[in-house]
Unconditional design. Structure first.
Length: 320
């Protein structure tokens, strides 16, 4: 940085900073996301809205435990909610012990062993909220899962669903799944052992972004055993499809956001018995000028990365 900057009086410095604030803001956005988020905000967009529905409330987490919900993370839930139960398809998964409850700071009150699409053991209207972080993509019949999760919510209860954004993970070569395809899976009662998408997944999966998957042969062998492992991403979601799914099962969308590194975050509330009210309420989230589109951090990631390199070069050259 040039010495002339140090010699300038405070008023001149303030005017320069004000004039260049958009420049500095774009530079911050071009930095690695972890650093930028810590400098600007520590929680996801609309967290203030979400927290009111979660604090001291009784909930159920599908899958998990999830580090994203621990204290100090993107969506802290475990340290401020009331009693929380858990449901998982097995008492052992390929994500153990990396996601053990002790490591993420949660103590489940009750444990269900059940499919995400079959919560028959859970009575209707039991919980104030349902959490599911990176679960729905592993479900062959996701609409049926949402239907079950909605059933166990009390009236006015909320659902927080996080799915991966294909643009930033190993699914980036795959085409997004259409709503019509997901609806057809529901109509056909597609079972959880379904392998319809396995050839597409094996052919297009970017193993370079998924080192734990092993070699191409190891990944294929694991994929064919998905009925017991459940690691496949059956579907590739977009915010638009998630909104339409919420509408179909009678959930009013309260927030939709995209957060780095690859999270699509949907937050919705249980409304009346029919889906018509929810569909009307959710239309703004499908508009081309929806708020989540304006704040999409992945929309211009390539351009911002190039801009960030240019900014860093400018700093090194002392051009500011």
């Amino acid at each position: 940085m040039r010495l002339s900057w140090i010699r300038q009086d405070a008023a001149t410095q303030a005017r320069l900073l004000a004039g260049r604030s958009p420049y500095y803001w774009n530079f911050l956005k071009a930095l690695p996301y972890g650093a930028t988020r810590r400098l600007t905000r520590s929680k996801c967009r609309d967290y203030g809205l979400m927290e009111g529905f979660l604090r001291n409330r009784e909930g159920l987490e599908i899958g998990g435990p999830s580090s994203i919900f621990r204290a100090g993370k993107l969506i802290p839930v475990y340290d401020r909610c009331g009693p929380i139960d858990n449901s998982n398809f097995s008492n052992r998964t390929i994500w153990d012990p990396a996601s053990s409850a002790n490591q993420v700071g949660v103590s489940y009150r009750k444990q269900y062993l059940a499919e995400a699409t079959d919560l028959r053991e859970v009575p209707d209207q039991t919980y104030d909220f349902v959490l599911a972080s990176h679960v729905l993509e592993h479900v062959a019949n996701p609409m049926l899962a949402l239907q079950h999760w909605r059933r166990v919510l009390r009236q006015g209860g909320t659902m927080l669903v996080i799915v991966p954004d294909r643009r930033a993970n190993f699914d980036h070569r795959r085409a997004p799944t259409s709503f019509e395809h997901i609806e057809a899976d529901f109509v056909r009662s597609t079972p959880e052992g379904d392998l319809t998408h396995v050839e597409e997944i094996v052919a297009l999966h970017d193993l370079g972004l998924d080192p734990v998957a092993g070699s191409a042969m190891e990944f294929r062998e694991r994929s064919l055993k998905n009925a017991t492992i459940r690691a496949l991403h059956h579907h590739v979601f977009t915010p638009e499809v998630l909104v339409r799914m919420f509408s179909k099962v009678g959930l009013q969308v309260l927030s939709m956001a995209i957060e780095r590194p690859w999270h699509i975050i949907g937050f919705a509330r249980k409304v009346g018995p029919g889906a018509s009210d929810a569909q009307a309420e959710n239309l703004p989230f499908l508009h081309k000028d929806a708020e989540w589109r304006k704040s999409d951090p992945l929309a211009e990631s390539g351009r911002l990365a190039r801009f960030g390199s240019k900014m860093i070069h400018g700093f090194l050259e002392g051009g500011l």
